[in-house]
Design a protein around this ligand. Structure first.
Ligand SMILES: Nc1nc2c(c(=O)[nH]1)N[C@H]1C(S)=C(S)[C@@H](COP(=O)(O)OP(=O)(O)OC[C@H]3O[C@@H](n4cnc5c(=O)[nH]c(N)nc54)[C@H](O)[C@@H]3O)O[C@H]1N2
Ligand SMILES: Nc1nc2c(c(=O)[nH]1)N[C@H]1C(S)=C(S)[C@@H](COP(=O)(O)OP(=O)(O)OC[C@H]3O[C@@H](n4cnc5c(=O)[nH]c(N)nc54)[C@H](O)[C@@H]3O)O[C@H]1N2
Ligand SMILES: [Mo]
Length: 771
């Protein structure tokens, strides 16, 4: 069942949205045979009283559209609500060794997991077990282990209520080893924003997009990853707001959008042209590009002042609110145009146009995604973008600010309520008081640290609240080998994935409800809450019967494990918390003041705002001011150019949600039928003597001893800047060294991976990564 190396078909690329997105939904619908009532669920998605989509974390407006759902949100919902079931009988037929040759797509296509399963090493199979057996087994194993040798991972979907209890369980048990998917994603944001503006999250709210005059947009792909963003973008552009895009890939969704909910646009096929200027920056070239824009601004500012005219920079803001602005401006002055052009791949003239748009705009928003965060100097790139905003006071006023676009639907919220390896970010004193215990104070393990410790053998157990950790991390091959040496692995999951096929000596696979299902507990049906990218808290309720009578909610599973592991504590009534999630919300409110009156505020249309001091120009930083970054590099790449070396961007297709592969169509890039592609600039292909469709291998060029290789990739021409190549995540993850990560946050640098191309098919030490 492994995907064969096939030629990718090139198709015509239409606008984002339009009939293509409707077809995309229909295809997944046909393949998944969803349960009845799914249309009504889609209709109620992201609306007050409905289910909050499990796809991305984009904001949910108080006044939603007719359909407040995008192509990929619909796919994610249909994927959850399939009528296919992956039962114990399926596992009786297939050993894990057998399943390891299956593709990611085929594993998840088996449908929803239905019963708790225990790994039986003798038969190399998962076998049926009861919940009591599972909890007792997990509890006994955890009690035997040293808490510091155990990791509790979370992928950013579980609710605020579940996440709060999961983090509490970890601390009562005795560790802060609480990495979450954020450690591979926006951790760069959390660390960099905290240092420079004093809060770890963006300062914008949805309403700001109705007032901004320009959007500077870096390394984020809305049509695929946050489809509902296209509506506010379209509206903004229509009222004259100018969109300046920095991205090495021409992403169709930033060029043109046809609103599928607008009959005229659908029938005429004419949408809105979005980008005013599209700058194909080199991979990692953002710091240089932003400094280029700043240099133009500074030159114009100085010229204006000399002529006795008002300057361009907001000197009052710099004076009152910022620290180190003069040092940054001196650095900008001293940076040569040749260096800016060489590192960004953009011309001085192009950057001048962008600077004009910036200077003419009264209110500017800086938007970014993985194109900034997943680089070795990603935190400096975010800092430099903040510098640009500071120069004209574009932060802390309506219509302006910094807007990181978060990934998983509750990834920001999980951090908010305590899932963090950084104890300094958690109110430990308050927890100690509430639950009468001594919380662990040691710094916990983030994702990369956890991987290193698993390889070193010091981490002996891994509990996963969702996700597909082994498939999402770097250095996949070595990690799979180390993984199975652990004493215990526990996965709470909805569908089978590759991580489940690498069990520890003792392993449990525990199936849970999805957010769109009805969650009935002793006090009645329960609701849960999540936090979006704009720090708004939304309530979500499910309306579908559970996929199997044996499923439990994530919260009940966490509580079940906690009860079986911990010595009883009169302050911890796990049963009462499971019976009524409102009691958990009371605990959240008691721990985090911004959640005051949590239960009473649940039904606020558009969610309630948790607040953000930086939005009010209160800077909780070391200096008490907004901190300018003084970049030490002009490129965010960790390893520079060399003959024969390419910088690999690992990308998401329009037909996947992270490691969940819905299908093999990347409609918005015109690539159909295969994910085993190496996307390359035509001039680079000619220079390297490669031809379209040629089969090649990629090998690591990170300068260390470790051999990393992926075979069976077909060379495909694609409009990328010279020196940079593209391919899909997670197929190319074996090529990323574990140590290749952002310097501050340790977010793996999946967007600038140093590689070489090898011609000649499969090699002895390689393996076909298509699964
Ligand atoms: N349908 C769907 N939705 C998703 C997901 C999914 O997989 N599928 N994943 C979810 C998650 S967890 C996340 S974190 C988000 C991710 O959403 P995004 O942040 O959009 O992440 P990517 O698609 O990985 O990359 C974003 C863009 O960065 C560009 N890029 C690469 N390198 C550079 C660079 O050096 N500079 C600049 N300026 N740009 C660069 C790429 O071309 C790409 O367009 O989406 C979430 N939503
Ligand atoms: N090369 C490269 N690597 C990357 C990235 C990249 O751009 N390039 N992106 C990184 C990013 S941004 C992220 S966020 C990570 C993602 O890493 P993860 O969050 O660990 O991975 P996902 O693919 O989102 O997890 C999918 C699995 O989650 C389970 N699941 C789905 N819904 C639920 C649910 O409601 N509850 C529970 N308990 N389980 C559920 C299903 O079993 C499914 O198979 O990958 C990172 N890795
Ligand atoms: Mo993410």
């Amino acid at each position: 069942m492994a995907e064969k190396t096939k030629l990718v078909k090139k198709a015509r690329v239409g606008a984002a949205g339009g009939w293509g997105s409707v077809r995309g939904i229909v295809e997944v619908y046909g393949a998944e045979h969803p349960v009845p009532g799914v249309y009504r669920t889609l209709f109620q998605l992201n609306k007050p009283g409905g289910t909050m989509c499990t796809s991305c974390a984009w904001g949910k407006p108080a006044k939603p559209g007719l359909f407040e759902v995008c192509e990929n949100g619909a796919k994610a919902t249909i994927w959850d609500l399939t009528s296919d079931r992956c039962t114990p009988e399926f596992f009786a037929e297939h050993s894990l060794a057998d399943l390891r040759s299956w593709s990611d797509h085929d594993l998840e296509m088996q449908g929803r997991l239905t019963e708790p399963l225990r790994y039986d090493a003798g038969s190399d199979r998962y076998v049926r077990c009861g919940w009591d057996e599972a909890f007792a087994g997990i509890g006994a194993a955890l009690r035997r282990l040293e808490p510091q040798s155990v990791v509790f991972y979370a992928s950013g979907r579980a609710s605020l209520e579940t996440s709060y209890l999961y983090a509490l369980f970890a601390r009562l048990y005795g560790h802060n080893n609480l990495p979450d998917s954020s450690n591979m994603c926006h951790e760069t944001t959390s660390v960099s924003l905290k240092e420079h503006i004093g809060t770890p999250v963006g300062t914008c709210v949805l309403d700001d997009f109705e007032h901004c005059d320009a959007i500077f947009y870096f390394g984020q792909n809305p049509a695929t990853n946050s489809g509902r963003f296209l509506h506010p973008l379209q509206k903004a552009v229509r009222r004259g707001c100018r969109l300046i895009v920095f991205n090495p890939v021409i992403e169709k969704g930033l060029l043109e959008f046809i609103d599928p909910q607008n009959p005229v646009e659908m029938l005429t096929g004419t949408g809105t042209r979005l980008a005013h200027q599209y700058l194909q920056v080199k991979a990692g070239g953002d710091i240089a590009a932003i400094i280029g824009v700043c240099k133009h601004l500074l030159e114009r500012d100085e010229a204006a002042l000399q002529q006795g005219k008002p300057g361009i920079l907001d000197r009052a803001f710099l004076e009152e609110h910022c620290h180190r602005s003069e040092a940054f401006l001196a650095q900008v002055r001293a940076t040569a145009w040749e260096d800016i052009e060489a590192h960004s791949g953009l011309s001085r003239d192009d950057l001048s146009q962008a600077a004009t748009v910036y200077a003419e705009a009264e209110r500017v928003i800086g938007v970014y995604g993985m194109g900034l965060t997943q680089h070795v100097h990603g935190s400096q790139a975010i800092g430099t973008l903040l510098n640009l905003l500071f120069l004209r006071g574009n932060i802390g006023r309506p219509g302006a600010g910094i807007c990181p676009v978060r990934g998983h639907s509750n990834v920001q919220g999980q951090r908010t309520v305590g899932i963090s390896e950084k104890p300094e970010l958690v109110p430990l004193e308050r927890l100690a008081e509430l639950f009468d215990f001594e919380p662990p104070r040691e710094h916990g393990l983030a994702t990369v640290d956890a991987c290193e410790a698993i390889r070193a053998g010091t981490v002996k157990a891994f509990v996963a609240l969702g996700g597909n950790f082994l498939r999402a991390i770097p250095e996949q091959e070595a990690m799979e080998q180390a993984w199975v040496k652990q004493e215990l692995t526990v996965s709470i999951a909805t569908k089978l994935n590759r991580s489940h096929l690498f069990p520890g000596k003792e392993a449990w696979l525990l199936p849970c409800l999805v957010r769109s299902e009805i969650d009935v507990q002793a006090s009645g049906p329960q609701v849960v809450t999540i936090e979006d990218s704009f720090s708004h808290i939304h309530v979500s309720s499910g309306r579908h019967p559970p996929a199997s009578p044996h499923l439990r909610s994530e919260l009940a599973i966490v509580a079940g494990m906690a009860k079986a592991t911990l010595t009883p504590n009169p302050r911890c009534d796990w049963d009462a918390w499971v019976a009524d999630y409102g009691k958990v919300r009371d605990l959240i409110a008691a721990t985090y003041p911004e959640f005051h009156d949590f239960n009473a505020r649940l039904q606020t249309p558009g969610g309630f705002y948790r607040g953000n001091p930086a939005r009010e120009r209160r800077w909780q930083t070391a200096s008490g001011k907004a901190e300018f970054t003084l970049p030490s590099v002009l490129s965010s790449l960790g390893i520079g150019d060399a003959p024969g070396r390419y910088h690999l961007i690992t990308m998401r297709s329009n037909d996947q949600f992270n490691t969940t592969i819905y299908g093999y169509s990347d409609r918005l890039r015109g690539l159909e039928g295969s994910r085993m592609v190496l996307l390359m600039n035509a001039d680079d292909m000619t220079a390297a003597g490669l031809y379209e469709g040629q089969e090649v291998s990629l090998v690591s060029d990170a300068g260390d001893e470790t051999a990393r290789q992926v075979d069976g990739l077909r060379v495909t021409t694609f409009a990328l800047p010279c020196g940079c190549v593209g391919g899909y995540y997670p197929e190319l993850n074996p090529l990323i060294p574990l140590w290749y990560h952002d310097e501050l946050s340790k977010t793996p640098a999946a967007k600038g991976v140093p590689v070489r191309i090898q011609i000649g098919g499969v090699h002895g030490n390689g393996r076909a990564a298509a699964r």
